[in-house]
Design a protein around this ligand. Structure first.
Ligand code: OOG
Length: 262
């Protein structure tokens, strides 16, 4: 059975309801086992369009499942991308209200600030570095709408790759000043180290990860625009947090970024 436009809209409603009501739902493929990865990206586009109609705007992209560790943890073997919208951007000093989430987790990421348009299907990490103005430390908050974060690749893509919020550190560093694969990060929760990693965890090089997304977008006639922000993918496993927790990602060269949950 093909997934019709009406079914795609039903899936969008199902996922938006789950987000608004903060309830975990069964994965979409329970009801639509034939949902393909390509159609899942169509659903994601419709879902983001609905959010934009609600008053936000698209400001860039995020990569997901870019590390071997994460792929193994989730039992999937391909990276994915989602859309970042303005309402997802949270300020570092602003306490993050846990009540807005279902079961949030934090991941350390490197944010790329794009200085020139970049589109194509043959883009390399070097092209990405040329088009990038700055990089900065970031924490992404993911909050899958699915029960226990259990999903297949089409499920998570339809759900805009579990996107919820992100926080960017205040230090903007010219991309040529750092060796991204070697960049180390230490994640703490309430001042205790919970995990560590380095940029190389992201497809060997975060710039390569961004290039992968540009090429995938290129297949759909899309690309990055000057002013976009791109989160290049989690460097470590995701860390669950609760009200009262403070999560900090301390990066070499990029400084630190903090998330305080209330
Ligand atoms: C999917 C999104 C993961 C990343 O950077 O790997 C992600 C999930 O685990 O819910 O954003």
């Amino acid at each position: 059975m093909a997934i019709t436009q009406a079914m795609q809209q039903d899936i969008v409603n199902y996922l938006l309801d789950a987000e608004q009501e903060r309830k975990e739902v069964l994965k979409v493929t329970e009801n639509y086992p034939e949902l393909s990865l390509n159609t899942a990206y169509d659903v994601q586009t419709l879902l983001v369009r609905r959010k934009i109609e609600g008053g936000t705007r698209s400001i860039g992209y995020k990569l997901g499942l870019t590390s071997k560790a994460k792929q193994e943890m989730m039992g999937v073997y391909e990276a994915i991308y989602g859309v970042l919208t303005r309402d997802m951007l949270a300020l570092e000093w602003e306490p993050m209200d846990h009540k807005q989430f279902i079961h949030p987790k934090a991941e350390p990421e490197i944010a790329f600030f794009i200085g020139e348009d970049l589109q194509g299907t043959d883009i390399t990490g070097e092209d990405v570095l040329r088009a990038t103005q700055y990089v900065a430390a970031a924490i992404e908050v993911i909050d899958s709408r699915y029960l226990d974060f259990k999903f297949t690749l089409p499920d998570v893509v339809a759900d805009n790759c579990s996107s919820a919020k992100f926080v960017i550190g205040s230090k903007m560093v010219p991309v040529r000043d750092v060796e991204l694969p070697e960049l180390g990060v230490v994640m703490t929760k309430n001042s205790q180290v919970v995990t560590t990693g380095s940029g190389a965890a992201v497809l060997g090089d975060p710039a390569v990860s961004v290039a992968w997304a540009v090429n995938k977008l290129g297949e759909r006639g899309l690309g990055l625009r000057r002013g976009d922000v791109v989160l290049s993918g989690a460097i470590t496993e995701a860390i669950a947090f609760k009200p009262g927790d403070t999560i900090q990602a301390q990066f070499a060269h990029l400084g630190s970024v903090t998330l305080s949950c209330v």
